[in-house]
Write a protein that binds this ligand. Structure first.
Ligand code: PFF
Ligand code: NA
Length: 456
């Protein structure tokens, strides 16, 4: 008995079910799959990490995603206002708005570094096109990367361009901006990844790459790695920060939330695995170190392209698509803050996009300098960039994901959630079980283990 059937989003709606799936897929598939997943898996020893990651994606990530979409569609506002509204409507309190705020803040912080890496992909489009990598040795490609990242003004310039692209699309709104962008980019990226897989299979070290990714050595797995796997699961699916909630607010009433979530989770996981299968064989074929860190894709792939026929073309195409993938994800990162700004301060979308974008642009300099001027200043998890990444992925996303599922599965009444999830069938029961028990307990347990509150 709510009026949500009549509730409309102020920002318009997706024109179809497909548009929504593409938008969420566009937000999910990004640097997290192609840049971050391989290097984190590499740093955490491969196989066992990958397995824990997959468990987290399906047992935690997917139920959190469904919770976010259903909350978003029911509230039809920005995450802060939606949580406040539903908090009251479901007989709890408007203090739930703090959960929404945590998400908005996480998005802003993540985008501040995401945009810097997005800038790298842009720069690599130009490096590729000009034939920088043709026939280059592993040392030369590595040197190219370090000389690039050690120049703060180059990083700042690329970061500025990338933020500009993001603000431009967001300012145009849901249908004319976001939707147009994802319709073309997501399918193109998928196609190119398969082409690259063909190349990596022929590179000679496919077996060692596969072995590294899938042979699990659980003795080497620490709770810290488990937390990293869980954080990566949240990050890659774009859940635990209100991005999916914001996108859910524009979702037509009749679309199946379970079906859409499943499609997105499968696409995202598929692309991450594919990226690993492309990257690791190349790592081993060229005597590189899988634990090399953030530079991994920016070294392995140019190296591979540099030695393949038509390499200049494929390298360029790849970095263009990676830029697209990063771009569509950046849209999801900024949407909660922009929607909040529009509704809260009664701003136009364009104004809100510029204001939020400028704040994020300034924050991005923390990451820009982490690779040069202050790269020697390390504390806790490493550089300032490492710490922003750890705080957002491993603390803020799980915490806010925990609170979101608790809200959907414990605070909201059965009628509301089953109405959104299309009846009380098996799918609904599985979601409710995972969201009530499995996800919250797992999140809390892993988190407390990793920070050492629970004994070994
Ligand atoms: N899921 C994106 C990726 O894997 O690159 C990152 C991301 C986008 C996280 C949007 C959160 C978000 F809201
Ligand atoms: Na992803």
């Amino acid at each position: 008995t709510s009026d949500n059937g009549k509730r409309k989003s102020l920002h318009g709606h997706w024109s179809s079910r497909m548009a929504f799936i593409l938008a969420v897929t566009g937000s999910a598939v990004g640097l997290g799959n192609i840049w971050k997943f391989p290097y984190i898996a590499g740093q955490n020893g491969g196989g066992a990490f990958v397995l824990v990651y997959l468990l987290c994606v399906f047992l935690i990530g997917m139920p959190v995603m469904m919770s976010e979409i259903l909350i978003g569609r029911r509230g039809r506002r920005n995450p802060v206002a939606t949580m406040a509204l539903l908090g009251k409507e479901e007989g709890s309190s408007s203090h739930w708005k703090w959960v929404g705020s945590l998400g908005v803040l996480a998005g802003v912080l993540i985008l501040s570094y995401y945009s810097v890496i997005g800038g790298w992909t842009l720069a690599y489009v130009f490096k590729s096109v000009s034939g920088t990598f043709t026939g280059a040795s592993a040392t030369a490609v590595g040197a190219e990367f370090s000389s690039f990242t050690s120049s703060w003004w180059k990083l700042a310039l690329c970061h500025t361009f990338f933020m500009g692209l993001t603000v431009f699309v967001v300012a145009r709104g849901v249908e004319r901006g976001l939707e147009k962008a994802v319709r073309f980019m997501v399918p193109a990226l998928l196609l190119l990844m398969f082409t690259l897989l063909g190349y990596s299979i022929n590179s000679g070290h496919f077996g060692s790459g596969v072995a590294f990714m899938f042979s699990a050595d659980f003795d080497a797995l620490t709770w810290d790695s488990v937390l990293a796997a869980m954080g990566q699961a949240f990050f890659t699916l774009s859940v635990g920060m209100g991005a999916i909630m914001a996108y859910g607010a524009y979702l037509p009433e009749e679309t199946s939330i379970t079906g859409a979530s499943a499609a997105v989770v499968i696409a995202d996981t598929g692309i991450a695995i594919l990226a690993g299968l492309v990257i690791f064989p190349l790592v081993f074929a060229n005597g590189l170190d899988p634990a090399d860190g953030p530079g991994l894709v920016f070294v392995t792939l140019p190296l591979a392209f540099g030695h393949m026929t038509g390499g200049t073309f494929f390298a360029t195409l790849f970095f263009v698509l990676l830029t697209f993938a990063a771009w569509t994800s950046a849209l999801g990162l900024v949407e909660p803050a922009v929607a909040w700004c529009v509704e809260h301060f009664k701003r136009s979308r364009a104004e809100a996009a510029v204001i939020v974008g400028s704040v994020i642009w300034v924050l991005g300099f923390a990451t820009v300098f982490s690779f040069n001027a202050i790269s020697g200043v390390t504390f806790f998890r490493g550089t300032l960039f490492d710490n922003i990444d750890y705080l957002t992925s491993n603390v803020m996303l799980p915490l806010s994901g925990l609170l979101i599922t608790i809200f959907a599965a414990w605070v909201m009444c059965r009628n509301s959630t089953s109405e959104e999830l299309g009846g009380a069938g098996t799918g609904y029961r599985v979601w409710r079980f995972l969201a009530r028990f499995v996800a919250p307990v797992a999140i809390l347990f892993v988190f407390l283990k990793a920070i050492g509150v629970l004994p070994e």
